[in-house]
Design a protein around this ligand. Structure first.
Ligand code: PEP
Length: 256
């Protein structure tokens, strides 16, 4: 179902104690302060934090997400974490296809197809990231790149499975750089993504799909970005690491 979502991606930040404390603070903000009504909040923590954070959260609007999962179900894959393990912690989501995993860890669409299948098999919802690098935007290839990422990574799914997908459009040139896409650039790409989904699964499915913007979104620029009709929320990296900043972004989403 199309939802207003603000998801934090903590990446490889926060020790166990720090992460538990950050989650506690977010939970307190949501519980005691006004302004987050109607927003689904997701905390994308490192694996080792998942079980404790999922256990400690008391607010029904907050869910917990992993940032990755294995391509295989179980077995001799030293160091890997399966989707079943993620789900067993109480986490409800997994972020897949983040540009850092695509570029630093060689995650191709073939790999992502396997991870998506594992996640769905474990009843996890997926935040699936797409986005172009700067040269692709400058070469006016950004629409083709994003369409291919969607087609190759997701469009083997049946429509019922696709209902478990949240898309995050994250232009790589905007991630962690302080350079945000303009609200119009975000809207243009989000509308395009929705049209590509509509072509494949029909307008009703496209209208129900939540599409998040990610890339240097913060408390100052969130209002403008979230005011756009096809921007359903945000995937937030750096600004999710301080509860007060993250809560401001959540409030921005609730306002629009
Ligand atoms: C991200 O990595 O998903 C992200 C959006 O990071 P940042 O907000 O720090 O640009």
């Amino acid at each position: 179902m199309r939802k207003k979502i603000v998801a934090g991606n903590w990446k490889m930040n926060k020790t166990f104690a720090e992460g538990v404390e950050l989650a506690r603070e977010v939970n307190e903000y949501v519980r005691y302060k006004e302004g987050s009504e109607g927003v689904s909040i997701i905390l994308g923590t490192p694996f080792i934090h998942l079980a404790k954070v999922a256990h400690n959260i008391t607010e029904p609007s907050i869910a917990v997400s992993a940032q990755n999962c294995a391509t295989e179900k179980a077995g001799a894959y030293t160091g890997e974490i399966s989707a079943d393990m993620v789900a067993s912690t109480g986490a409800k989501y997994v972020i897949l296809g983040h540009s850092e995993r695509r570029s630093y860890y060689g995650e191709t669409s073939e790999i992502l197809v396997k991870k998506v299948a594992q996640a769905l098999d474990s009843k996890l919802d997926i935040i699936f990231c797409v986005g172009e690098v700067l040269e692709e935007r400058e070469g006016n290839k950004h629409f083709d790149v994003v369409k291919k990422q969607l087609t190759d990574g997701l469009f083997n799914l049946a429509a019922e499975q696709f209902a478990h997908i949240v898309i995050a459009y994250e232009p790589v040139w905007a991630i962690g750089t302080g350079k945000t896409a303009t609200p119009d650039q975000a809207q243009e790409m989000h509308a395009f993504i929705r049209s590509v989904i509509a072509e494949k699964y029909g307008q009703a499915v496209a209208d129900e799909t939540s599409i998040l913007y990610g890339g240097s979104c913060n408390a100052k620029n969130a209002d403008e970005i979230f005011s756009k009709p096809d921007v359903d929320g945000g995937l937030i990296g750096g600004a999710s690491l301080k509860a007060a900043d993250f809560f401001e972004i959540i409030k921005s989403r609730a306002r629009h």
